[in-house]
Design a protein around this ligand. Structure first.
Ligand code: SAH
Ligand code: DHB
Ligand code: MG
Length: 222
C-alpha cells in the first residue's frame, strides 16, 4: 500500500517537474544494455539543483556507469571541469560515447581504474580541491572513501552520496555478511560523527515500486 502510494507520488512529481533534454534521453537509451542502477530522473533533478546552488568549477564523480548522472552535472554547471571515475572498461566506453554525443568530451575527463587508487593518487600529487564530489560507486567501501574525499576537499565543498538507505526491510540492521548494507550504515555513522562535516540525508523515492532511499548532502565546514 505505502510503496504504491510512494510510486504514485514519484510519478506525480516527475510529471510536473522533470523534463529530460535530448542528451539525457539519448544517454538513457544507450545505457539500456548496462545494469539498471543509474540515478533515477528525480535524483538527477535534485543533483542538478544542488549543483546550481553550489556553482562548482571542479566536480568529481566516483562511479560513472554510462554517464547519465555526469550529464546532469554538466548541464547544471556549464563552465565546470568534471572528472569521473570508473573501474569497468565496458561502462567507461559507453560513457565516453555518450559524452561525445553531447559534445562534452572537452570538459569531462573519465579516469579508468579503481577509484580509491585514483583518489590516493590525487592526494599524493596534491590535486587541487574539488567544489563538489558525488560518491556513487562500491557501497561496501563507502567508509574507506570518506577520509580520501575529505583530503581533496576545502571548506565549502559539497559532498553528495547516493543510496544511503539500503534495500533491506529493517532499518539500520544488516546481516553480518551483507557488505553493502554494513558499508552504507557504517558510512552514515561516520558522516554523523565527522567534525568537518554538516550532513543530512535527503530521502528520495526510487524504482517502479517507490522504495525510499536517500541522497547524503554534506558540507565541509573546516
Ligand atoms: N553514477 C552513475 C551510476 C553509477 S553505478 C549514474 O547514476 O548514472 C556504480 C558504478 O561504479 C558502476 O559503473 C561500477 O562499475 C563503478 N564502480 C564500482 N566500484 C568501483 C571502484 N572501486 N572504482 C571505480 N568505479 C567503481
Ligand atoms: C543500485 C542502485 C544504485 O543507485 C547504485 O548506485 C547501485 C545499485 C541498485 O538498485 O541495485
Ligand atoms: Mg546510485
Amino acid at each position: 500500500m505505502e510503496t504504491s502510494r510512494n510510486a504514485a507520488i514519484k510519478d506525480y512529481i516527475n510529471s510536473l517537474f522533470i523534463r529530460e533534454d535530448v542528451d539525457l534521453l539519448n544517454a538513457k537509451k544507450c545505457n539500456a544494455i548496462l545494469p539498471n542502477i543509474a540515478i533515477p530522473e528525480n535524483v538527477g533533478k535534485l543533483l542538478y539543483l544542488l549543483t546550481k546552488l553550489q556553482n562548482p568549477k571542479r566536480i568529481l564523480e566516483i562511479g560513472t556507469l554510462g554517464g547519465y548522472s555526469t550529464i546532469w552535472f554538466a548541464k547544471a554547471a556549464p563552465e565546470a571541469h568534471i572528472i569521473t571515475l570508473e573501474v569497468n572498461p565496458d561502462h567507461a566506453s559507453i560513457a565516453l560515447d555518450n559524452f561525445k554525443s553531447c559534445n562534452l568530451l572537452e570538459r569531462i575527463q573519465l579516469l579508468e581504474g579503481d577509484a580509491r587508487a585514483t583518489l590516493q593518487h590525487f592526494v599524493e600529487t596534491e590535486e587541487p580541491p574539488f567544489d563538489l564530489i558525488f560518491l556513487d560507486a562500491d557501497k561496501e567501501n563507502y567508509p574507506l572513501y570518506l577520509p580520501l574525499m575529505l583530503k581533496i576537499s576545502r571548506p565549502g565543498t559539497l559532498i553528495l552520496t547516493d543510496n544511503l538507505i539500503p534495500k533491506d526491510e529493517q532499518i539500520n540492521k544488516s546481516l553480518p555478511q551483507d557488505g553493502i548494507s554494513n558499508g552504507t550504515y557504517l558510512y552514515n555513522s561516520l558522516l554523523a560523527a565527522e567534525k568537518r562535516l554538516e550532513t543530512i540525508l535527503i530521502t528520495t523515492i526510487v524504482g517502479s515500486k517507490g522504495r525510499l532511499d536517500a541522497l547524503g548532502a554534506s558540507i565541509v565546514i573546516e
